[in-house]
Design a protein around this ligand. Structure first.
Ligand SMILES: NC(=O)c1ccc[n+]([C@@H]2O[C@H](COP(=O)([O-])OP(=O)(O)OC[C@H]3O[C@@H](n4cnc5c(N)ncnc54)[C@H](OP(=O)(O)O)[C@@H]3O)[C@@H](O)[C@H]2O)c1
Length: 304
């Protein structure tokens, strides 16, 4: 057998492995709901879970706004998606969640140009960063993952309410169960660790979803949060700087072998965005099509 044949066999086996892994560990959203005439915003829509979500929702007929900090990456994603979806209705708009000014300008632009916002997906995120601050002086992971999505949601809320029925979806992580928020040390000045900072930002996503559900009761706007699974994306790109080169390498190695693809990871987000059965549910936590009450109950338990 030639070297070429061997590498093709390896490629085939690897593809089979990836497929089997997705088959065993992931389920697809089976809703056939269409989104013609609907407008969706996806933060971080240029890569990972966000990009797969954009692809799916665009294929259902939605107009999707990719809110990206790097518009060039946004346009590259649009080119990729356009090869898979016929005439997708996609718009790229700059949004840097590390800057209040950028969020205000993004929201203003949307409010001027979009008469409706039916689905807001607060997906963008960072993880495992060495300690750093946003432009306005907040600890970066809390700032990007929670505070800025909180602000964005509130700036767009009246338009979302006016578009009801509408949905707001936050993308935390099962990591929230290890989160603890100390309001007296919001920048973690006394005890910063890359993991702790990520966990508490994700806990904040869950609490935000719950509280928003209560406050939006009766408005026709429902909220959802979820765990997408452990996925092979660029989220872990900072581990080698915040921890060590070896940790980065180990994480990369394990995630290549065992983590799910972003396409499988996007299924819960897509489910929360389109599934008709969820129209009257609000404030719950999902993993695929299952509500995880235990994840919510863990919030009341003491943090680990
Ligand atoms: N991957 C997992 O295993 C996993 C597990 C649980 C939860 N999650 C959550 O899923 C969400 C998506 O993660 P992913 O795995 O798809 O990661 P990803 O591939 O790294 O995508 C993250 C997205 O967020 C964007 N982003 C980062 N900082 C930003 C900023 N300051 N302003 C605007 N956009 C910013 C990135 O933009 P650039 O491309 O320009 O950097 C990228 O589009 C995150 O909230 C994450 O916490 C992921």
């Amino acid at each position: 057998m030639s070297v070429l044949d061997l590498s093709s066999v390896f490629d085939f086996l690897y593809a089979l492995f990836i497929y089997a892994r997705g088959f065993i560990f992931g389920r697809k959203c089976h809703s056939t709901a269409r989104l013609n005439g609907k407008t969706v915003i996806v933060t971080g829509g240029n890569t990972g879970i966000g990009k797969e979500t954009v692809l799916d929702l665009a294929s259902r007929g939605a107009k999707v706004i990719l809110a990206c900090r790097d518009v060039q990456k946004g346009y590259e994603a649009v080119m990729d998606i356009s090869e898979k979806v016929i005439k997708p209705n996609l718009v790229v708009n700059r949004l840097d969640l590390a800057s209040f000014a950028s969020i205000k300008s993004f929201a203003q632009d949307d409010l001027e140009n979009e008469p409706y916002i039916h689905i807001l997906i607060n997906n963008a995120g960072v993880a495992a960063l060495p300690k750093s601050l946003t432009e306005d002086g907040y600890e970066m992971q809390f700032g990007v993952n929670h505070l800025r999505h909180f602000l964005l949601t509130h700036l767009l809320l009246d338009r979302i309410k006016a578009s009801a029925p509408a949905r707001i979806i936050n993308v935390p992580s099962i990591a929230h169960i290890c989160g603890h928020i100390d309001l007296s040390d919001i920048n973690l000045n006394s005890n910063y660790s890359p993991a702790t900072a990520y966990f508490r930002s994700k806990l904040a996503n869950v609490l935000f979803t719950r509280e928003l559900a209560k406050r939006l009761k009766g408005t026709g706007v429902t909220t959802y949060c979820l765990h997408p699974g452990a996925l092979y994306t660029t989220l872990s790109r900072h581990i080698e700087y915040s921890m060590s080169k070896f940790s980065g390498w180990l994480y990369e190695f394990c995630s290549r072998l065992f983590f799910k693809s972003p396409m499988i990871g996007a299924q819960t987000t897509i489910y929360c965005a389109v599934e008709e059965k969820l129209a009257n549910e609000s404030g719950n936590y999902y993993c695929y099509d299952v509500i995880h009450k235990r994840f919510l109950e863990s919030i009341r338990a003491s943090p680990c």
